[in-house]
Design a binder for this molecule. Structure first.
Ligand SMILES: [Fe+2]
Length: 256
């Protein structure tokens, strides 16, 4: 009986785990990165996200060399243009960004920071192949700029080991789980790594990292993980909620 309870899996969508979620990681600004390709796709994504229970969104376009036009100014302008086109959907939506920690990163610290929904958290990522040589210097530069680095999907950095995760937390990083890592979307190794980090209590926040409509529909059609993770996930979701700006929010304007 005990074994059964520990190993029972549930469909997290059918079980309503995402009900009331504030998603703090997704790529909904059309045609600025590898996320939504058009206004129409953004609208479909918002409807699909709402259908699984997501109620507020901080969208996080990529800022890194591959998308040289993206910086805090151009993305703020893009969301100002976008929000009136979405107002009829009545989905609270505001802006953040996902910053790649690479050699161009520090130029973005010289501009007004594009934190998550005007909070103190700056969403950062590394390559999936390896960390930059000066990773800890870059993390310190975020802190010196007055923000807290939140590392996106640490479970997907399979090059990291336990020692590295502890060192990152010691350096002041918060960790954000990619929810669908737990359902096997990125393969078994990432799923196991996400389980380990969740069981060690290393995550503080959770995002969906939604990019495109076809993939999102496929993902939510079959999204299963262990029932015992419901409580820790709910804790992460309530942390997410603290990041959404209080002055409701922005179907007609960006918060920053
Ligand atoms: Fe992302």
């Amino acid at each position: 009986m005990w074994w059964f309870a520990k190993h029972k899996k549930v469909d997290i969508i059918a079980a309503g785990w995402l009900e009331g979620m504030t998603d703090i990681h997704c790529h909904l600004v059309p045609a600025v990165d590898d996320g939504s390709r058009s206004l129409d796709e953004t609208r479909q994504l918002i409807e699909a996200m709402r259908s699984v229970g997501i109620q507020r969104i901080i969208t996080t376009p990529h800022i890194y060399r591959r998308y040289p036009h993206n910086d805090s100014d151009t993305l703020r302008q893009a969301i100002e243009r976008l929000l009136p086109e979405l107002s009829d959907l009545e989905m609270p939506l505001t802006l953040g960004a996902e910053h790649m920690l690479d050699e161009g990163f520090e130029t973005h610290l010289a501009k007004p920071l594009l934190t998550l929904g005007d909070s103190k958290y700056l969403l950062v990522e590394t390559s999936f192949v390896g960390a930059p040589l000066d990773l800890y210097r870059l993390i310190q530069s975020v802190i010196s700029a007055g923000a807290i680095p939140m590392l996106a999907h640490p479970e997907r950095y399979l090059y990291m080991d336990d020692k590295e995760y502890s060192r990152l937390q010691g350096a002041g990083c918060a960790f954000q789980l990619n929810l669908f890592s737990l359902t096997g979307m990125y393969g078994e190794r990432v799923e196991k790594r996400a389980q380990q980090l969740l069981e060690r209590g290393l995550y503080s926040f959770v995002g969906t990292d939604t990019h495109r409509i076809e993939r999102f529909r496929k993902t939510i059609a079959s999204a299963k993980t262990y029932a015992r993770y419901e409580e820790p996930i709910r804790t992460l979701m309530s942390n997410n909620q603290t990041l959404m700006p209080p002055h409701e929010q922005c179907t007609s304007r960006a918060s920053m």
